[in-house]
Design a protein around this ligand. Structure first.
Ligand code: ZN
Length: 131
């Protein structure tokens, strides 16, 4: 089974690029069991190490997958499983662009929060007129 279980467009959402970036940064100690033959893994939670999640390419037991994404998009565990299986290489396209996008997005959000109210309204008008 390849990573085609997910539509390519899913990965372009900002929140998905963030999950992908987190997966790439995740400590390998969080992977308790990796079964390459069956393409499954067991991860422990990054904050709560007592939590364990059974992960396949299409499903994860974590809160982010079940509640935030409502099972409609991969969480960081699914992305990491795909990386471990060689289905995703973040050094090549399109994944490298998704990682860059996540970093750029966060950087812009941080800067927007520092912009003066009147400048921000100018920026909004500019964006509304041009995009
Ligand atoms: Zn998960």
């Amino acid at each position: 089974m390849g990573f085609e279980v997910w539509n390519d467009n899913v990965h372009k959402e900002p929140s998905q690029c963030k999950s992908l970036e987190k997966a790439a940064k995740m400590d390998s100690e969080n992977i308790l069991i990796f079964d390459a033959d069956n393409v499954t893994a067991v991860f422990c939670g990054s904050k709560d190490y007592d939590e364990e999640y059974n992960v396949t390419l299409s499903h994860c037991e974590c809160q982010d997958f079940m509640y935030n994404k409502k099972g409609q998009a991969p969480c960081k565990h699914i992305y990491r499983l795909a990386m471990e299986c060689g289905l995703i290489d973040t050094a090549v396209e399109p994944w490298s662009t998704y990682i860059s996008y996540s970093k750029a997005y966060d950087g812009i959000i941080r800067k927007i929060k520092k912009i003066d109210m009147y400048r921000l309204l100018e920026l909004k008008n500019y964006i509304d007129e041009n995009y």
